[in-house]
Design a protein around this ligand. Structure first.
Ligand code: BGC
Length: 454
């Protein structure tokens, strides 16, 4: 295996997906809190994340589990409305105290915290004022970032600004499958994307300005990976072009270059500017300067890929999958090669140290007669994906891997119907049971991936 000696092995979660305590501790409402009430017929079995894993009350037990599993790092997110209930203005000290205690517990257990500022909890008060459409959004987000740095950066060194803008703009406002379930025209979602990227840039500036020690900063987008149908140079080139080009399927938001080029290269991709010229927001040089504030690490959430070859017309051609292809409980295809091609393509283009900030598998897990959770498919999945990542690590600077997720949790529109955890959660009793994959992952961490070879 090609993992560096200091490779960061971790697991990830996000606040709304695990915390619960939505009406406690002085927290304000965010978009999901409110919309699961109004529109919860859009969520599997009308479920809501009000209690979820009750991590807010059980975080010490959860950190103890992380320790038991040998995790070196934990990626979690802060709920903006827990520390600034209305998104701007008054700070909620009770919310700060919760994250303080969580961070202290991690540090005391030698688990490196990686803090994500925004994993989709848009404060309701800001949403009412236009949310991502409002030109003030970058300043609201900047003030939130400054507070985070002021209060937490004495103990937290690693930060990711926004998680998957592809989803909180695309899935939520373009495809209408996440709160607030809207399908707005491109002109509006492109404006949101621009403001989201400016918010990212302003957050980087504020995190640096308020840092209490040297920080490592990044952001964490996603998107499916184009996989060359063969390793012939023309198919590899077709995959590269498809990966960084305008999506051939789905909405415009499912892509990499629109989000990552401006952040790292300082400009939007020409192909998009030409294609969407009628719907684009005003983009100034000053905006691009803000968006492209230097970052130290590039995080990418990678779950799956889609096959591509070079068509006879010299353009990338998407291929259909083989009949009976392997897929997860969320119907996502198992495509281990995406952890080779994704990091390879990203490193070639952006030349930044990479983290896989999320990767994992939804399974229909349950507690077996012997009281254990035997999730051999998750073990097989992760072993295959990590082999590919090791291949990539021979060619690209890959610093770490965060399994999604530490524990089963509220899977957005899928409610509790999809289990991604290394740790099983019984949502009736809140009992946690590490699955077989959790103990297997502990061995992966202990051997720096070497045990996978056998
Ligand atoms: C998100 C997670 C989500 C996971 C599985 C990612 O898109 O960041 O919040 O649970 O995928 O769907």
């Amino acid at each position: 295996m090609n993992f560096r000696d200091d490779f960061v092995w971790g697991a990830a979660t996000s606040s709304y997906q695990i915390e619960g305590a939505q009406d406690e501790g002085g927290k304000g409402p965010h978009l999901w809190d409110e919309y699961v009430k109004e529109k919860n017929d859009k969520i599997f079995e009308n479920q809501r994340g009000d209690t979820s894993c009750d991590h807010y009350h059980r975080f010490r037990e959860d950190v103890a589990l992380m320790k038991e599993l040998g995790l070196k790092a934990y990626r979690f997110s802060v709920d903006w409305t827990r520390i600034i209930p209305e998104g701007t203005g008054k700070v909620n000290e009770e919310g700060i105290a919760f994250y303080d205690a969580l961070i202290d517990e991690l540090v005391a257990n030698d688990i490196e915290p990686y803090l994500t500022l925004f994993h989709w909890e848009l404060p309701m008060e800001l949403y009412k004022r236009g949310g991502w459409m409002n030109p003030q959004m970058p300043e609201w987000f900047a003030a939130y970032a400054a507070l985070i740095a002021d209060r937490f950066s004495d103990r937290v060194k690693n930060f990711f600004t926004i998680n998957e803008p592809q989803c909180f703009v695309g899935l939520a406002f373009s495809e209408g499958v996440h709160a607030p379930w809207l399908q707005l025209p491109n002109s509006q979602t492109l404006l949101m994307s621009h403001n989201a990227l400016k918010s990212h840039g302003r957050a980087i500036q504020e995190l640096r300005a308020h840092a209490r020690q040297p920080l490592t900063l990044g952001f964490a987008p996603t998107s499916g990976i184009a996989l060359p149908a063969t390793e012939k140079p023309e198919d590899i080139e077709a995959a590269r072009q498809a990966y960084f080009g305008i999506p051939q399927e789905g909405t415009w938001a499912w892509n990499t270059s629109w989000w990552s080029d401006p952040v790292i290269l300082g400009h939007y991709p020409d192909e998009f500017l030409r294609h969407f010229w009628k719907e684009l927001p005003k983009i100034t040089d000053e905006d691009l300067k803000i968006i492209s504030q230097p970052i130290d690490i590039y995080g990418q959430n990678i779950y799956l890929g889609y096959p591509v070859r070079m068509g006879d017309d010299g353009k990338p051609e998407l291929l259909s999958r083989n009949t009976g292809y392997a897929k997860s409980a969320s119907n996502w295809p198992m495509t281990p090669d995406c952890l080779y091609w994704g990091p390879k393509f990203l490193y070639e283009r952006y030349k930044k140290p990479l983290f896989i900030t999320e990767n994992g598998l939804a399974c229909h897990d349950w507690v077996h007669l012997d009281g254990k959770v035997h999730d051999s498919s998750r073990i097989d999945f992760t072993a295959r994906y990590l082999k590919s990542l090791s291949r990539a690590a021979a060619e690209a600077d890959i610093r770490g891997y965060f399994a999604w997720s530490l524990m089963d949790n509220f899977e957005w529109a899928e409610g509790f119907g999809q289990r991604y955890g290394l740790v099983f959660v019984d949502f009736q009793t809140q009992r946690r049971i590490p699955k077989d994959s959790a103990y297997w992952y502990r061995e992966v961490i202990r051997t720096n991936g070497e045990c996978i070879e056998g």
